[in-house]
Write a protein that binds this ligand. Structure first.
Ligand code: ADP
Ligand code: MG
Length: 184
């Protein structure tokens, strides 16, 4: 993959929710959308939310009628969590996901992720941070070992300069030539 240019990379948190992971073809289709849109996958892991973790993650929605349903769904099966990098990471991932509500997504943006794969307003396939500040908070929530500051110091400039390749086994992008120099 060639060099990216002069604009700094931004980060966002993407979750492939349990409804997506339950269906292997949907999981692969969403993963492919990430790759096709020139995101760099900085970190990726399969994980499962504890109920308490899922309640904390969505605490801004505590008290809404769908809150209990939402936190139970998020803890109901495995998910994939990704740290994605792109010059326009937050708005690009949000626009690829489409509207929150599946009915609106299907009608207005049928080729969005939720328009194509969402099942219900709760089981809507993906999560994406809604601002850079949310992205930082949510990345720290799911990847406590990841330092955004160190990433900007050490990895971002090299990812931007390239060349970068996609490691299909780890499902992340790496800088060519970095294989030997293990990052802390
Ligand atoms: P988004 O995920 O698009 O940022 P919100 O932050 O408003 O949307 O809501 C968080 C999640 O809560 C949604 O992705 C969806 O899973 C669930 N949700 C939101 N609104 C509803 C609703 N009206 N009915 C059922 N579930 C909902
Ligand atoms: Mg939201």
């Amino acid at each position: 993959m060639a060099a990216r240019g002069s604009r700094p990379l931004a980060l966002t948190l993407a979750l492939l929710k349990p409804d997506a992971v339950a269906h292997p073809l949907v999981l692969e289709a969403v993963h492919q959308i990430i790759l096709n849109n020139r995101f760099l996958i900085v970190r990726a892991k399969q994980m499962r939310c504890e109920p308490g973790q899922s309640r904390r993650f969505y605490r801004e929605h505590a008290g809404r009628f769908f809150y209990q349903r939402l936190v139970e769904f998020m803890a109901s099966g495995p998910m994939w969590a990704y740290i994605l990098a792109h010059e326009d990471a937050v708005p690009l991932w949000r626009s690829l996901m489409g509207p929150t509500k599946v009915f609106r997504a299907r009608n207005n943006v049928p080729d969005s992720i939720r328009g194509a794969y969402g099942l219900t307003d709760t089981r809507n396939t993906t999560h994406g941070s809604d601002s850079p500040a949310s992205a930082s908070r949510e990345i720290a929530f799911f990847f406590p070992e990841f330092s955004e500051q160190l990433w900007y110091q050490r990895e971002e400039p090299r990812l931007r300069r390239g060349p970068v390749y996609y490691d299909a086994e780890q499902r992340v992008h790496c800088v060519l030539g970095d294989e030997e120099t293990e990052l802390p």
